[in-house]
Design a protein around this ligand. Sequence first.
Ligand code: GLY
Length: 586
Amino acid sequence: MSRRKIPESWCHMSASACALTVMVALAVNPANGQSLPAAYAPGTARILPVVAQNGMVVSQEATATLIGVDILKRGGNAVDAAIAVGFALAVTLPRAGNIGGGGFMLVHLAKDHKDIAIDYRELAPLATTKDVFLDSNGDAVAAKSQFTGLGVGVPGTVAGLALAARYGSGNFSLAALIAPAHKLARDGIAVEADLADSLTASQPFLSRFSSTSAVYFPQGAAPKRGDTLKQPDLANTLAAIGERGPSAFYTGPVAAKIVAAVQSAGGRMTLEDLSAYAAQEREPVRGHYRGYDIVSMPPPSSGGIHVIEILNILEGFPLGQMGQGSADTIHLMAEAEKLAYADRSEYLGDPAFVKIPVRGLTSPDYAAQLRATISTDKARPSAQIKPGNPAPYESDQTTHFSVVDADGNAVSNTYTLNFNYGLGLIADGTGIMLNNELDDFAAKPGAANGYGLTGGDANAPAPAKRPLSSMSPTFVFKNGELVLVTGSPGGSHIITTVVQMIVNVLDFGMNVAAASEAVRTHHQWLPDVLQAEPGLSVDTIRALEAKGHKVVQQPAGGSAQSIHRADGILMGAADQRQRGTLAAGY
Ligand code: GLY
């Protein structure tokens, strides 16, 4: 097998990081001499992905990415690397990486052709009542779910990452996978500009809690770029989890401190809630799009269902002919998105509490019925759209990372504290930042959550219930071979970001980096506006307005971290909308 250093032109990151990416012949797969897809040839796009052969990690923070690559190089598989990255991000990206929140992991085991969905979503405490986020008039009070201990869900991350370890290579103990994170917390991280700016901007919010100020602002001011940030309490907690497993988090002194912190902030969590928490394995949701197989996250995330529902609707339109970024394509995406988000508001919730018409919502026949209501010329006002009836056919705050190893095993993981830094409360003496995930419940039918998403009884608060999510870690396969691993943060924007990643790669043949950097649009039914990142041409906006869209330009919420696999070669793209992201492989 011939090996050549990747030319500089293939790297869109720092030279030192690029040196870690090894070694394919230009536009040729050294394993078999075949050409890589044309979209990957230099000169075909303004941006090219990072290329590697033996393993690839893409995350929102460079140190965590490199920790994952190191685990792969030392004989770990994709799951081992993902666990190490998940713990590392809790130290290096504290606004979203976490052990005090929750999320969803999709695992692909190549040898067994098996896909596993790990649900480690937070859970409402047992004392949660349906009216927990209402005032005495019965009105929803966002501050209760967003800024008090009532919004804290029982964290799932530690249980989820520990459960994932059963699919690791067996070459690493949990302690060994936590060790890099532990070292970073104990010895300190060099504060990068992204973290310094984030902590500075969030200081008023975080300083509401003295336990949080003591960690981030011990001298009064936020750390500056180049300072060292040590998190000794977090280091001790990580060490305890490494030694004793999840029980060191869910029982004993750490659990007692979490409960004390939540209750002091007005919440109702108890030791019983923590000790009862369990991550769950679920069957992924599956769909097909233009000859590819889509595998994604099932409820209590709405993500997979609605990614598939939107793709099903779009499959009936010749997007490839309409062109990437054209008004026609954007219009049809928006119309499909409105229909899906309307269904989301009606049908989606925790499957332990509500019967979700998964098969109907992901059915091509149902999509055909919805598609027939779409005009190619005219936007339909959201007020005219109501949730459909799928029954006869029987959906910068978060962070995502993707990993693929040399054997084609893969992990797509999205996890979160909900908002940046969640509730902003570090449980004193633990270093654990606590989430405000229960804001993802519908406080009452029709009340919008922090992302403007509405819901009904299916997503009402209830004891031991998981709030509905939009997180959409996703795989795409062709004839059983892994082709794409993708996912994104962004609250309500997650689903539309993932759809656009898939459409850009499959319909428009873009390389994965160009697919990631393309201008994104978003419609979530309510409010009735078509959000567009800056970068659409004035003519395109005019053409969309002529179809009846109200176009609002605003920065995108998504930050896709993706890996495209072709002919065994891995091509990674870390979203350039955020600083500090990194795709690296070897
Ligand atoms: N907290 C955002 C989500 O789960 O969708």
